[in-house]
Design a protein around this ligand. Sequence first.
Ligand SMILES: Cc1cc2nc3c(=O)[nH]c(=O)nc-3n(C[C@H](O)[C@H](O)[C@H](O)COP(=O)(O)OP(=O)(O)OC[C@H]3O[C@@H](n4cnc5c(N)ncnc54)[C@H](O)[C@@H]3O)c2cc1C
Length: 305
Amino acid sequence: MNDIAVIGSGPAGLSAVLYAVRAGLDTVLIDTDFLGGSQASYSEKVDNYLGIPEINGFELMEKFREHLSGKPYKQIESAVVEIKKADNEFIITLENAEVIKSKTIIYAAGAFHRKLHIAGENELSGRGVSYCAVCDGDYFEGKKAVVVGGGDTAVDSAVYLSQICSEVYLVHRRKEFRANIVSLNKLRSLLNVTVMTDAVPVSINGEKSVESITLKNTVTEEETVIHTDSVFVSIGMVPKSSVISTLVEIDQSGYIAAGEDGVTSLPGFFAAGDVRTKPLRQVVTAVSDGAVCVSSALDYISKNF
Ligand SMILES: Cc1cc2nc3c(=O)[nH]c(=O)nc-3n(C[C@H](O)[C@H](O)[C@H](O)COP(=O)(O)OP(=O)(O)OC[C@H]3O[C@@H](n4cnc5c(N)ncnc54)[C@H](O)[C@@H]3O)c2cc1C
């Protein structure tokens, strides 16, 4: 039986493997897609990971994988389709029909950003279309930005971008916002932010990069074009927690309820990275989670085996 099964080979999972093998634990790493699965692989440029001033996301993941090269752990490329706990051991069933047993699980399956599914979104992704203001806001210093969404993340993104960009539009499909009133009031006090309600994006336009966005008023059906250099899509993330949604406690949005130590409602099952409840989903916080979860798993193993 393995000591630790790490599910997901993004920054959280790889960091967990590094700490697990250093602690001498029998470790297995499972991922559907070792090379292209992690969200970080899709980042054009990462310039907020300490010690590496600027790198392409795929190359950063390559560096993480290289760090584990030659280390004593097993790797299985398949999707986890079911997890059960019986007699103090976890039984993990994979899509390839293999069954893995482990004393503990570090679940680091990540999340994905909801998309608008409009013309131009995919084509201009990474060329003005972004899903993360904290990651990409800097590239639009002194330029125009449009943020789409009405929740806390959208409002916070607009506030954040207002300090970097010359002009920011916040576009929301309803009149009422879901965001908290403190952030909303702050947003409304900003002179370079325009709030547009009852508006939905129809298309993102541009040849080589974002040049404008077309919006439709949901009441009048009138279309407006806003010239902008960037569109930040901030309509929520979907955590990859469906496999374990009946096994451990998850919050209303589907994130696994876990604190900084990764401890969940199910003893021996730890959550790391974007899939857990946390205020900031970044490479650096995912890497940190992976390390802390191994410490929690070691504690659990020492008390239960
Ligand atoms: C376009 C983009 C740009 C970004 N830019 C930045 C940036 O500049 N700086 C920054 O700090 N952060 C950035 N982020 C955020 C960062 O990528 C994430 O916070 C980070 O990757 C989260 O790591 P993770 O290990 O939790 O999850 P992920 O990186 O998403 O990895 C999860 C892994 O789990 C695997 N998996 C999922 N389900 C299963 C299953 N059932 N069975 C087996 N394997 C499974 C997936 O294949 C994947 O490899 C960006 C994100 C995106 C999408």
